[in-house]
Design a protein. Structure first.
Length: 413
């Protein structure tokens, strides 16, 4: 048992399940060069297909949040159902890969069900790890990062193996099987947390025992208002929004950045390295957060990734060693702050609606990511990357301004 009373197997199994369950997220991005070769799709399809997943995720998080799904139903069963559905949608996307419109629809459906995997996985972690939540979420979001990067590694493996045809079919099947396995792992190997069986709202929280119907109101909607009315929740949520301006746009543009120096399967492996490096930032950041506080870790990583945006014009033309170092640092820090923002929001949200507040925060963050992806991918199609990338730093800058009230607190948050 851990200091939180959780069996020691819970976190490793949840991390593995999160990695597997989120693997469909960037499946099409990884095989985009093959699909463009096969069907002649324009470069803009990279942005629109990514945005389709993000839009589906937004719709899913909105439905899940307003319905209180992550708090009203057993979180493990929600995770299983959504992982199996995401697996089916990925296989359907493979079947309709030759029809761009249908592929957009299936990718949006995949995003919808990912809303029952990523935020719900965080809810399960929050149930088990109230004390060490920053560390637990560091590992959990690190698993999401590796899951998002895994299709690039699968493509690299399949491209190197002797075979007929294109490797993209194998990538899609592989991530579909991974997603299903992740859902089954949560359902069969991870027990319900005690708080999941006997939720105890904190004193004064909306929906607490003894409140009148008028005081209770639509409790989940009231809880969502804390994003604006509660100073600490607002600071972490809006810091996270600034982070989301940068994160997924960098992940989409990373293969284009790498293609300035690499080609073929080497781009896939390098993209896996850049995106997957975020898992290191999440894991180490979670460990450090237990000592100095989540707000300080989030602020340090957000500031560092913003600096990487600013030096992009110089780094793109730098010697190979410095180019690699720049992308490694950027990959580590662009994702490493995410679990600490989630930990801050989970700690300060109304106790009876943690899953709902986290899910709705994700919803707004991913809406921001769509706008960022569409804007920067289209801009990158017509302008040099050295001109485009520095402007991604606006996200970290705004995020730091939002997070500042928590950074000023004497006791680490």
């Amino acid at each position: 048992m851990t200091s939180d009373g959780a069996p020691r197997r819970v976190l490793p199994l949840l991390v593995l399940a999160q990695f597997a369950g989120t693997s469909p997220w960037f499946a099409v991005n990884a095989v985009m060069p093959d699909l463009q070769q096969a069907y002649g799709w324009p470069d803009s399809a990279l942005g629109t297909l990514t945005s389709a997943v993000q839009a589906g995720f937004i719709l899913g998080t909105l439905v899940f949040a307003l319905g209180g799904v992550a708090d009203r139903f057993n979180a493990r069963r929600v995770f299983l159902a959504c992982a199996l559905a995401a697996s089916v949608c990925t296989l359907a996307a493979l079947a309709f890969a030759g029809h761009l419109g249908a592929l957009h629809a299936w990718r949006a459906a995949t995003g919808f069900f990912l809303a029952g995997i990523y935020p719900v996985g965080m809810k399960i972690a929050a149930q088990w790890y109230r004390g060490g939540l920053g560390g637990a979420l560091g590992w959990l979001v690190g698993a999401l990062v590796l899951g998002s990067a895994s299709p690039h590694a699968l493509r690299g493996l399949l491209a190197a193996a002797p075979q007929g045809g294109l490797p993209w079919g194998g990538v899609m099947v592989g991530v579909a099987l991974l997603a299903a396995a992740g859902g089954l792992l949560v359902a069969r190997a991870i027990p319900d947390a005690p708080i999941a069986r006997s939720p105890v709202p904190r004193p004064g929280a909306a929906g607490a025992a003894g409140a009148t119907d008028a005081e209770r109101g639509p409790s989940y909607v009231r809880a969502l208002a804390s994003l604006w009315t509660e100073r600490r929740v607002r600071a972490s949520a809006f810091g996270y929004f600034g982070h989301m301006v940068e994160l997924y746009t960098l992940w989409v543009l990373a293969p284009l950045v790498l293609a300035t120096r690499l080609q073929g399967a080497a781009v896939s492996w390098a993209a896996f390295g850049v995106v997957g490096a975020g898992a290191l930032g999440c894991g180490v950041g979670g460990w450090v957060a237990q000592r100095v506080g989540s707000a300080r870790v989030a602020g340090a990583q957000l500031a560092t990734s913003g600096l990487c945006c600013a030096v992009a014009p110089w780094a793109l033309g730098a010697p190979d060693a410095l180019f690699v170092l720049w992308l490694a640092v950027w990959g580590i820090t662009v994702a490493g702050d995410s679990p600490q923002f989630s930990a801050l929001t989970a700690r300060n949200a109304p106790a009876h609606a943690v899953g709902t507040v986290l899910t709705f925060t994700n919803c707004l963050g991913f809406a921001i990511s769509i706008a960022s992806i569409e804007f920067f991918v289209r801009w990158a199609a017509h302008a040099p990357l050295a001109q485009v990338l520095p402007w991604l730093g606006l996200g970290p800058l705004l995020g730091m301004l939002a997070l500042w009230p928590l950074l000023r607190e004497r006791r680490p948050a």
